[in-house]
Design a protein around this ligand. Structure first.
Ligand SMILES: [Zn+2]
Length: 240
């Protein structure tokens, strides 16, 4: 079993399918990293254009609203910036074109920690859900981009020719509430997580319920490592 010490990253890149994914799963962690001096960046792959049950709203309006919400949330957690790739929500496929764009972002930001979802999560009987196919596609693409694609200059040589030099990410954190092997202490940043979630008003009709649910979850997860409140991840420290 690896001996995981708390992380002190200098540069962090979160990669996810939708505006709000990183904040639900990891905003407390992102805020804690930013508070300890890390430069935190978000890469959001889809445009979030399907995420509404309001039949009066158009996809075009929703894209604008959700982009604005995500920008506000990044500001709240103390992040440096967010890039949107604009792929259509709900239709994400793992393609070489997408991998190239994610590699480009990794070679630009040059993170020592990448945070994404866990692509192995297909469904949960206990929680009663099927993991959104965009979540799986985005996180698998992120893993493929970290290793080996961003590392090898002969992969996407056109990027290398444009000055996007190869990059080795040291650590990957996969958001996983149930099967994590690593907990980040978010006791000091839980309030920022809730403020970041509040920014996603189009997605959260009842923030009070969400706060209660996530406080309970953060307490349960935190106990695993002796913290008051925590967020749970599968941590992979890359040896190669
Ligand atoms: Zn999502």
């Amino acid at each position: 079993m690896p001996d995981f010490t708390p992380l002190k990253p200098k540069i962090v890149l979160g990669i996810a399918a939708h505006p709000d994914d990183l904040d639900f799963g990891a905003a407390g962690t992102m805020a804690a990293f930013a508070a300890s001096g890390a430069s935190v960046h978000y890469l959001i792959i889809t445009d979030g254009s399907k995420g509404s049950s309001n039949t009066k709203i158009s996809s075009a309006d929703l894209i604008k609203i959700r982009e604005k919400e995500q920008r506000r949330a990044v500001k709240i957690i103390g992040g440096k910036g967010v890039e949107f790739l604009g792929y259509p929500d709900g239709e994400l496929e793992i393609t070489m074109q997408l991998k190239r764009e994610v590699v480009k972002a990794i070679r630009t930001v040059r993170p020592d920690v990448v945070v994404t979802m866990d692509p192995s999560m297909l469904y949960s009987v206990e929680r009663g859900f099927i993991n959104h196919p965009d979540h799986r596609a985005a996180s698998q693409t992120a893993l493929d981009a970290v290793f080996p694609l961003a590392r090898d200059h002969l992969t996407f040589p056109e990027l290398y020719a444009q000055g996007y030099n190869p990059h080795k990410t040291k650590t990957v954190l996969l958001i996983n509430f149930d099967k994590g092997n690593f907990v980040v202490d978010i006791s000091e940043t839980f309030d920022k997580k809730i403020d970041a979630l509040k920014a996603h008003a189009s997605q959260i009709p009842n923030i009070r319920l969400v706060k209660e649910m996530f406080e309970e979850l953060a307490r349960t997860v935190g106990q695993r490592s002796g913290y008051k409140l925590g967020e749970s991840f599968v941590r992979i420290d890359l040896a190669n």
